[in-house]
Design a protein around this ligand. Structure first.
Ligand SMILES: Cc1ncc(COP(=O)(O)O)c(C=O)c1O
Length: 447
């Protein structure tokens, strides 16, 4: 692929893109959100080419998936080698070594010290697994589950019932899975408890759970699981205060409740650690992972403490989970990230990116808050710094103008730009993309 990027040769969507979009609208159910009319033909590293020959810099990694870069060489080689050997043989019914090797590899990077793995095909399926494992572990004697407002856990019934980031994701689908209670997430920039500092916001959420949920609504002995994203993704790239997860861990331990970390978006190196919750040295009982795990091949996993991964034979399974080709890709991703010291790179560069946007805030009045870890960075846009009214239309305008200039950046929450390039992006490309996004934010701030 050519290296000159970005390069716009025809205003997107070009003629070929328009033709494909028209057919897509006729043939494919249009229930997706879809950000802008990008029709992808080819991608390599952090560069994407559309069907009309436009070249873009990818600042969303195909939705936080290709962490090791599009068509990472090592991953492609591993896939090819595996395809020549074994493509499928249902792990539900039989055995193969790739599954065992993959589990050893996954556990080696997991914060769960003594664990077991259950393979899935997607993030939502990992979440379904977490729900069943937790309720099953207590033999359904603890029917309640606590999740957080602003959370996104997926679209299947269990995952959707835990999700609370946009009403449209749940509207029209009731009755949802019963027994799920939502509580506020500590969102320091917009703390629902009007706390003065991030730590006070964290304390207020823990206090609310103790005093109002356990004190007035549900006895904690009936709660099996608390599930949280270490950094809320779709909800707006929201980083909780440092005291939150350690205190949540203490609270769940006190009541014998399992704690699950939804690492579907924040996991696999995205935040500069293998799993997001590792930023706070907390060992959860369960982890849900997917997205970046196999760099674009469908794969997910639940990692859980051995003592908890106890669903009986026949009670939970799938046909494709732990596909050997996807596992070969996952093993190559882990090897590659370790060898190239990707986590250290991302932790360091992420700080520089945050500084760039924080400095830019003095010239671009739309920037209300900059937050994140590694390459999971949110730039929240507001119309007014005092009222913090979300600058939703402006966010869409910045996203669209950046797209037309050759940078693929998307939103999260109501008005947050998410900066989530492949973890391998060349520094030159990264800064080119940031300059384009930055100058576009300034342009729209002035208008
Ligand atoms: C935190 C989180 N959990 C779960 C999911 C659902 O994953 P999938 O789309 O693979 O079902 C997502 C997807 O964006 C996610 O960000």
């Amino acid at each position: 692929m050519p290296v000159e990027a970005p390069k716009i040769v025809v205003e997107p969507p070009g003629p070929k893109a328009r033709e494909i979009i028209e057919k897509d609208e006729q043939l494919i159910m249009q229930s997706f959100s879809r950000w802008y009319p990008l029709v992808v033909e080819e991608a390599q590293g952090a560069i994407v080419r559309d069907v009309d020959g436009n070249i873009y810099i990818d600042m969303n990694s195909g939705l936080a998936v290709v962490n090791a870069g599009h068509r990472n060489k090592q991953v492609v080689e591993a896939i090819k080698k595996q395809v020549e050997k074994l493509i499928h043989y249902s792990l539900t019914d039989f055995y193969y070594e790739e599954a065992v090797r993959g589990a050893e590899n996954l556990l080696s990077i997991s914060p769960i010290k003594e664990g077991k793995v259950f393979y899935t095909n997607s993030g939502a399926e990992s979440i379904e697994g977490v729900l069943k494992i937790a309720r099953g572990y207590f033999n359904n004697s603890r029917p309640y589950v606590i999740a957080f407002l602003g959370a996104f856990h997926g679209r299947t019934y269990g995952a959707m019932s835990l999700t609370a980031s946009k009403p449209v994701q749940r509207k029209g689908f009731s009755p949802l899975v019963p027994g799920i209670i939502h509580v506020p997430y500590p969102y320091p920039y917009r703390c629902p408890f009007k706390a003065e500092t991030p730590e006070e916001c964290g304390d207020a959420v823990i206090g609310f759970m103790e005093e109002w949920i356990f004190g007035k609504m549900v006895d904690p002995s009936e709660v099996s699981l608390v599930i949280a994203e270490p950094i809320q993704g779709e909800g707006g790239y929201i980083v909780p205060p440092d005291n939150f997860f350690p205190k949540l861990r203490k609270l769940t331990e006190k009541h014998g409740i399992l704690l699950a970390s939804d690492e579907v978006q924040a996991g696999f190196g995205r935040t500069g650690k293998w799993f997001g919750i590792m930023h706070w040295n907390v060992e959860p009982d369960l982890i849900a992972t997917a997205k970046g795990i196999a760099n674009g091949l469908p794969l997910g996993a639940v990692i859980g403490k051995k003592s908890i991964m106890t669903l009986p034979r026949g009670s939970h399974a799938n046909t494709f989970g732990g596909n050997p080709v996807s596992l070969a890709a996952m093993n190559a991703v882990i090897d590659f990230m370790k060898k190239e010291r990707i986590l250290e790179r991302v932790e360091k560069l992420g700080e520089e990116v945050k500084k760039y946007f924080k400095d830019l805030a003095s010239e671009a009045k739309l920037i209300g808050d900059v937050r994140g870890k590694g390459f999971m960075i949110g730039v929240e846009l507001v119309k007014d710094h005092d009222t913090k009214k979300p600058a939703k239309e402006e966010m869409v305008e910045i996203m669209m103008r950046s797209f037309k200039k050759g940078v693929l950046v998307i939103g999260a929450g109501v008005s947050t730009l998410r900066i989530a390039p492949p973890l391998t992006i060349e520094e030159e490309l990264l800064w080119k993309a940031l300059e384009i996004i930055g100058s576009t934010i300034k342009e729209v701030s002035r208008s």
